[in-house]
Design a binder for this molecule. Structure first.
Ligand code: CU
Length: 117
């Protein structure tokens, strides 16, 4: 067990050094983006967005703030970018910043998730 912890620690140190060489502001390539998702209304919407985004391996965490209509996404910078994430949200049927929802996906959402727009 102790050996395991030492190995993990060493790996972190090595990782930290190589990350610093490339870009000092990013810790092992994990980035966070805040996306305006004005059409989220209920927990079903939250589930739909989380399921869609988390099925992508490059996306590490998804939080949806229903009150502020914001979606916070943590992702691996070298594997995906913010625009691709917005496109995924659109494909799920929701507006994401300047990218409008995919109409077909929106039509398939449950009635409680449709804002009628
Ligand atoms: Cu909903």
């Amino acid at each position: 067990m102790n050996k395991f912890i030492i190995i993990i620690t060493v790996l972190f140190i090595i990782n930290g050094c190589s990350a610093k060489k490339n870009n000092e502001s990013e810790i092992i390539g994990l980035k966070k983006v805040q996306i305006h998702t004005p059409s989220v209304m209920c927990n079903m919407c939250v589930n739909t967005i989380q399921k869609t985004l988390l099925s992508n391996d490059a996306i590490k965490s998804v939080e949806v703030d229903l009150n502020r209509k914001l979606t916070f996404v943590e992702y691996l910078n070298e594997s995906i970018n913010a625009d691709s994430i917005k496109n995924l949200i659109s494909q799920a049927g929701y507006d994401a910043d300047d990218i409008p929802r995919n109409r077909d996906s929106y039509n398939q959402l449950p009635a409680c998730c449709k804002d009628g727009k």
